[in-house]
Structure formats: C-alpha cells, structure tokens
Design a binder for this molecule. Sequence first.
Ligand SMILES: Nc1nc2c(ncn2[C@@H]2O[C@H](COP(=O)(O)OP(=O)(O)O)[C@@H](O)[C@H]2O)c(=O)[nH]1
Ligand SMILES: [Mg+2]
Length: 196
Amino acid sequence: MITNAEFVTSASNLTQMKNYAIEIAVVGKSNVGKSSFINSICNNKNLARTSKEPGRTRLINYFSINNGEFCLVDLPGYGYAKVSKEEKIKWGKLIENYLQNSHGLKCIFMLVDIRHDPTEDDKLMIRYLYHYRIPFIVIATKSDKLSRSAGLRRKNQIANCLALGIDNLYVYSSQNRQGKEEILTRISDIVRNSQL
Ligand SMILES: Nc1nc2c(ncn2[C@@H]2O[C@H](COP(=O)(O)OP(=O)(O)O)[C@@H](O)[C@H]2O)c(=O)[nH]1
Ligand SMILES: [Mg+2]
C-alpha cells in the first residue's frame, strides 16, 4: 500500500543522482504515460508533472514513497523524434549512468502504449536490461482506450513482439485504474523481497 508519496529531487547528471536502498524506475517512450502512471499509483494527481506535449521531462525525478520505504524514479522518455541528435546522446548517457550506478535499483517498469507494438527503442531498452541483468516488467498502459477484449488481444501481441512471459506483462490505465491492484501487489513483493 502506498500511503504517502513526495517529490525528493531531480537529477540531470551522475553527481546529482541519489542512491536509495530500494528503487523502482519507470522507463518508456516519451508521452507513453510514465508520469501519469506514477501519479495514479500514488493517488496524487500533482506529484509528477504530466504533459500533452512529448519530450518535456529531461530529468530523472525521485519520489520517496511511504516516508522512505522505497523510491519511485521517473526517467526521461526516449524516442521523441523532434529532439536533436545531441539531446538524444545526452539522454542515452543519463539513462546509462542511472542504470549502471543505481545499486538499489530493484526493478524497471517499462511502459508501452497498449495500442501499438513496441518500438525499436523499446526493444533496444529490453536488450540492454537483459545485458545488465536488471529485472523488469512491461506495463501496457492507456488500456481505457480499448475495449477489454481488444486490450487482451493487444496484450498477447505485445508479449509475442517482446518474447515476454505473460506474467511479466501487465495491462494498466492511469485513467480508470485498471491493473492498479496487481501493480501494487507486485510493488509490495519487490519491496518485501528487497528487505529480506
Ligand atoms: N486515456 C489515457 N491517457 C493517458 C494515460 N496515461 C497517460 N495519458 C495521457 O498521455 C499524455 C502523456 O502522459 P504523461 O504521463 O505526461 O507521459 P510521459 O511523457 O511518459 O510522462 C497525457 O496527455 C496523459 O493525460 C492513460 O492511462 N489513459
Ligand atoms: Mg513524464
């Protein structure tokens, strides 16, 4: 259960990064719904800044949950076509620094849009996570945009596309909270196992 959530700080480079004992980080394409996901999971609409315009968050944002029990980390989104090449390289370095230096990182929550097949950037990210042996789950979000049956069909397609077991793929909506209980249970398991 999440009873309390507060913004801690942002980091734009390695020296500004934090090192919490238990971190869960959210990654995904720009505009896929990462900030909305964090807000809905925490029951706080104003916690993470959401935006209709893609490519707005260029920082790593840390949120302390339940007065420091664990930390949710909002990572900057990738794959936004309109940013410059330099900006993309900067993004890549920031994420790589985060993934390689966050020793408390317990799990990556990778968000994809349930309506679309994962992009090459998504697949690259997953290869990277396997390479560095970082545990992850995939969350197909914006499920409110589809009927239940279409959502289930898309879930299977996304699982196939990523060669992913169905247990590591969740369907979610920040708008109607579909999947919220399952995600909260998964978070509790991650936190509990990390404390053992
Ligand atoms: N219908 C619907 N819209 C969503 C959902 N999650 C995010 N959005 C919308 O998608 C846009 C981008 O969301 P945001 O959380 O800022 O994405 P981020 O760039 O990945 O952090 C905003 O207009 C949100 O209102 C969802 O589950 N359902
Ligand atoms: Mg965001």
